[in-house]
Design a protein around this ligand. Sequence first.
Ligand SMILES: *[C@@H]1O[C@H](CO)[C@@H](O)[C@H](O)[C@H]1NC(C)=O
Length: 300
Amino acid sequence: MTAEYVLRSLLMLFLALLSANASNWLYLAKLSSVGSISDEETCERLRGLIQRQVQICKRSVEVMDAVRRGAQLAIDECQFQFRNRRWNCSTLETMPVFGKVVTQGTREAAFVYAISAASVAFAVTRACSSGELEKCGCDRNVHGVSSEGFQWSGCSDNIAYGVAFSQSFVDVRERSKGQSSSRALMNLHNNEAGRKAILSHMRVECKCHGVSGSCEVKTCWKAMPPFRKVGNVIKEKFDGATEVEQRKVGTTKVLVPRNSQFKPHTDEDLVYLDPSPDFCDHDPRTPGVLGTAGLIVATV
Ligand SMILES: *[C@@H]1O[C@H](CO)[C@@H](O)[C@H](O)[C@H]1NC(C)=O
């Protein structure tokens, strides 16, 4: 082992620690698919996962391709929602895929965490409904005759399974930190708010049966909203996000609005700690942010 090798290894380790970020699993979107043949090897070779996510992967390798699709869904929806803005959610080939903006506790990071947590819950739930997974299927708890008199039938989306998977996979890094830092609290809050954007917009879809659609019998099932709807809801929460700070209440730490005149945020609102960088200044140290330096402003 040469000295150069040791130095190089140390440097790589340092860079890895430096870029460690709770949203690095989004890097899965860069893969064209996640094979599910050899669990151990597949999980070890996925970039961007922390050790505990690798363990979850090994336990449920069949779910990982849905997680990858979720990561892609999050990136696509982010780019759609921010298509006309200075920060437009463009991704990098490196981690974190959204660049430095998400390493700070900004409003943009709040959006990225919320949409990512939601997208995993969504994609896994979809996979359950489509029958591609052994571990889950349609929600069997929804059955019988409803209070409105229609028959529950068909495949109700098993959102509880998707949400639980998202909680264990996406939140794992924050939970392993013991929820102590204000940034961990912020991420956990926004992850949960993202999942709520699906949960509070579940809908009932129905089909009529009978002579020429006379609807003598109506069968219905519970369905998730389209992901575009989820994106719209989270974007609205981004626009109205609350700036918070950490405070100790008894022995627990909580996030409270920085401006005490503001009403407290709800479980469905987004929260952030740090002001956003000025996206107009081109900062070469902030990869992923395309500034407008060099733009000539004509003054009349
Ligand atoms: C973001 O904006 C830049 C500059 O206008 C553009 O080059 C880039 O393609 C945009 N990215 C996305 C994902 O829309």
